[in-house]
Design a protein around this ligand. Structure first.
Ligand code: UTP
Length: 294
């Protein structure tokens, strides 16, 4: 088996019900934070982490994602004739950005099922998974942080975050023991158990799994072996629990700020904070916010 992680799988076939009606005819992954769709933030994170081979799992009504990463001849021609050089470069950069392959999940049968759909394209090598509605603002890209752990342990690694007790039922939650030395600054865990969307009283900890994973190909056998779980869906968390029987899995409490951009409030928070950080917008936007009668 190859040791290097070269591929990133982006499950993008969910229904996005929390964002209806915006997601009725538009994929959630194409909602824009300021001026960039969510999935582009994820793809840029993969590239900045050294992972250039992108696999997107799409579903019905998701063609806008393919169009976004494709060449747009008409638009480029128009920008060229209008001498809009900067915009032309921005548009070209998106289609030049990645080597991308698509696979379809015909029915939204769960995140684990979506990952299983990428099996042929991934092959027998370790790979990463990015859920692009988890947007993570970090000095070192979150995926890179996980890869650093993977490159040492050669075992699956999950992104972990402490979440408030009252919202724990929205997540996959781990029972985990801290491991490692000073190098990991108390952020590394070995997973003992995982539960998808537990009731508050049943949650084994306040450590939730966030949408970044480094996986090894054995996950595919586990996903095939399990039955539908929470919500009647094939859950990635259940697949990981199955895989834990035969191999160790690590968790890493990443450094950085995560926004749940698949949720309305999280999306608004990300929009405001990302806009404030922008060189071309930040000052004017800050000024505008200051004068709001809050
Ligand atoms: P979510 O749990 O956010 O589900 O999926 P969702 O359907 O997209 O959105 P809500 O909860 O109804 O608003 C997490 C990730 O897994 C993908 C989604 O596209 C998202 O990136 N997913 C989920 C699939 O690709 N297929 C599925 O069957 C389910």
């Amino acid at each position: 088996m190859l040791e290097k992680v070269r591929k990133a799988v982006f499950p993008a076939a969910g229904l996005g019900t929390r964002f209806l009606p915006a997601t009725k005819a538009q994929p959630k992954e194409m909602l824009a934070l300021v001026d960039k769709p969510l999935i582009q933030y994820g793809v840029e994170e993969a590239i900045h982490s050294g992972v250039h081979n992108i696999i997107i799992v799409t579903g019905r009504g998701k063609s806008a994602i393919e169009d976004h990463f494709d060449v747009s001849f008409e638009l480029e021609h128009l920008l060229e004739t209008r001498k809009k050089k900067d915009l032309l470069e921005t548009v070209r950069a998106v289609s030049d950005m990645i080597d991308v392959a698509y696979v379809r999940q015909k029915e939204a049968l769960g995140l684990g099922h979506a990952v299983l759909r990428a099996r042929e394209l991934v092959g027998n090598e370790p790979f990463s998974v990015i859920l692009s509605d988890d947007v993570i603002d970090a000095e070192t890209p979150c995926l890179r942080q996980l890869l650093d752990v993977y490159e040492f342990y050669h075992a699956p690694v999950l992104a972990l975050m402490e979440v408030p007790r009252e919202s724990i039922s929205h997540y996959g939650v781990v029972d985990a023991e801290p491991v490692g030395h000073n190098g990991e600054r108390g952020r590394l865990y070995r997973i003992r158990n995982l539960v998808e969307k537990p009731k508050v009283d049943d949650a084994p900890s306040n450590l939730a799994i966030i949408g970044r994973y480094i996986l090894t190909p054995e996950i595919f056998q586990s996903l095939e072996a399990i039955s539908p779980g929470s919500g009647g869906e094939i859950q990635l968390t259940d697949g990981l629990k199955h895989m834990l029987r035969s191999r160790p899995i690590y968790g890493y409490k990443f450094e950085g700020k995560r926004y749940d951009a698949g949720d309305k409030l999280g999306f608004l928070q990300a929009t405001v904070e990302f806009a404030l950080k922008r060189h071309d917008l930040g000052e004017a936007f800050r000024d505008y916010l200051k004068h709001l009668p809050l």
